[in-house]
Design a protein. Sequence first.
Length: 323
Amino acid sequence: MEGVWFARHMVNRPGNKLTPEIFAGELKREAEGLPIQVDILEEQQIQRLGMEAFLAVGKSSANPPCLIVMRYRGDADSEENYGFIGKGVTCDTGGYCLKPAASMLGIKGDMAGAAAAAGALYAMAKNQVKANVTVVIPSCENRISRESFLPGDVIGSLSGKTIEIGNTDAEGRLILADAITYAIQNERVTKILDIATLTGAVVAMFGFTTAGVMCDDDAWYETFEAAAGHSAEQYWRLPIFKEYKKMVESKIADVRNLSNGGCASITAGMFLKTFASPLPWIHVDIAGTAWVDSPIWEFQSAGATGAGVTTLYYLGKEQENRR
């Protein structure tokens, strides 16, 4: 429960009290005394690495972005290393594709995926789970400034792929793309799971009780499903058809960050899949489950729910069980 409470506390924090720098400090402080190594990469380091997609979003704010890497090695005899990639946008105005005023009060919670990944890792470390997990969190703010990226721009990425910008409010997939590549190239993860408050469309599909999931590997999904069975959280697997891949194709870049034919939640996942391949990959969209205005279940309170923490914790337990 401590991991859940930590995630709730982070998501409930006002945006001006949880900038990327403050968030990174909170994550590092929570790891003190635990067998978790934390590295925090600052803006200049991110730039030197070539994380152009991440910086396209993060450079728009006076509060600089940072990349937070957390490593827990609970099983020295195993080569398995799960990579949990959590979206850490601490303030999301939508950029030049500005969100409507009615949506602005929720922009502080766009780092719920990052909080969930970190909360799960703390729980694993405290309970000495025999698993190896690396959490990578790209943390930034999406604001408007003279340096903000614009619809129609073409930007680069750490992977070398170019990206056409169709919507600046589809920023989460941009920073996750670079974080996924970083986890593969620099942390040698063996399987990928990204978790994010990514699309409003998933709320239209499932409301506030169920998160959407995409996966390109049945064995990896079975492991996730087993973990979810212990967590009491609800998920629904969305399809991956070749037609959906075409919806994020671009005429002027390798991929586009906005669908050209609907299916917004699925195509957001398809965008991320292009950066995770060829590793087994799971995408979890908790946009509808990370926050409730009125509690749905008895274990909830109004506000942040800590969605994803228990499922990711039990995913680590599944790694332990399948040794």
